[in-house]
Design a protein around this ligand. Structure first.
Ligand code: BEZ
Length: 238
C-alpha cells in the first residue's frame, strides 16, 4: 500500500528541468539552479553528518573539487541535518580526520541543510525501502541550462566512485561538444561512436569505407578517433 511519504516523493528524470528551490547552506543562501546558470552542477545527497562513509566521501569531494571546477562544474551537497551539525562536522573533518593520505581538508562547496526533507523529497532522495529518515546517496548531473542529464543512486552502505563521476561528466560534455556518443567503459582519448547512418546511402558509404577516419563494425555501429587533446579542449557551445 502506498504511504504518505511515497505520495510526497517525486523522482526528477533525465531530460527534465531541475526542480528549483531556495536553501540555507554552509556557504550562505542559494537559489537553485538559477545561481549556477552557465555551469554544470553535481547536486548530491548523503545520509547523515558524522558518519564514516559520508566523511570519506566529503573528504574526497573536497580534495577533487578542483578537477570538477576545471570542468566548469559546481558541487552542491545536501543532507537531512541542520546547519550547525553541518558546520560542526566540516570543522571536525578539517581539524581531526586523516584518511588515505588526506588531512586538513576544507570543504568549500555549499552543503544544504534540509531538516524538513522538502528538497530531498523533491529530488527523490528519500527512498523509504532504504530509509525514511536519511537520504540515499543520489547524484544529479545538471547542465548549464538547468536540465537534468544523468542521475545515479547508491545505497547507504556504498561510497561513490569519484573517477566514475568525473568520467560521466566528461563523457556528457564531450557528447555535447562533438555530437557523438561514448561506448562502454569509454575513457577520454578512446574512440567515440558517430551518429547512426540516417539513410541507405550513408550506410552504404560507411560500409564501403568511404568516410575518412570512421571505422564501421556494422552499418549502424561506427566509431572514430577523438584525441585526448580534443576532449580536453572542446569547441565553445552557445
Ligand atoms: C555512513 O555514511 O557511514 C552511513 C550513513 C548511514 C547509514 C550507513 C552508513
Amino acid at each position: 500500500m502506498e504511504t504518505m511519504v511515497d505520495q510526497m516523493i517525486s523522482m526528477p528524470r533525465i531530460g527534465e528541468k531541475a526542480p528549483s528551490f531556495t536553501a540555507v547552506t554552509t556557504q550562505g543562501n542559494i537559489n537553485f539552479p538559477d545561481d549556477y546558470s552557465g555551469k554544470w552542477v553535481i547536486l548530491f545527497s548523503h545520509p547523515a553528518d558524522f558518519t564514516p562513509v559520508c566523511t570519506s566521501e566529503f573528504m574526497t569531494f573536497a580534495k577533487r573539487e578542483p578537477e570538477f571546477a576545471a570542468l566548469n562544474c559546481q558541487l552542491v551537497g545536501l543532507s537531512i541535518d541542520g546547519l550547525y551539525s553541518h558546520i560542526a562536522w566540516l570543522r571536525t573533518i578539517k581539524e581531526k580526520i586523516e584518511f588515505k593520505g588526506m588531512k586538513n581538508i576544507e570543504v568549500k562547496f555549499p552543503l544544504i541543510e534540509d531538516i524538513s526533507m522538502e528538497i530531498a523529497k523533491k529530488y527523490g532522495m528519500i527512498q523509504p525501502g532504504e530509509s525514511s529518515t536519511k537520504a540515499v546517496r543520489a547524484v544529479f548531473f545538471i547542465d548549464p541550462k538547468g536540465m537534468i542529464r544523468a542521475v545515479i543512486y547508491y545505497p547507504l552502505s556504498m561510497g561513490r566512485n569519484f573517477d566514475e563521476l568525473l568520467r560521466a561528466l566528461i563523457a556528457m560534455q564531450t557528447a555535447d561538444a562533438y555530437a557523438i556518443a561514448t561506448p562502454a567503459d569509454w575513457q577520454p582519448g578512446d574512440d567515440v561512436i558517430v551518429p547512426t547512418a540516417g539513410s541507405c546511402g550513408v550506410a552504404a558509404e560507411r560500409m564501403a569505407n568511404q568516410v575518412d577516419d570512421v571505422t564501421c563494425h556494422d552499418w549502424f555501429f561506427c566509431t572514430k578517433k577523438l584525441s585526448l587533446e580534443q576532449v580536453n579542449h572542446p569547441p565553445k557551445l552557445n
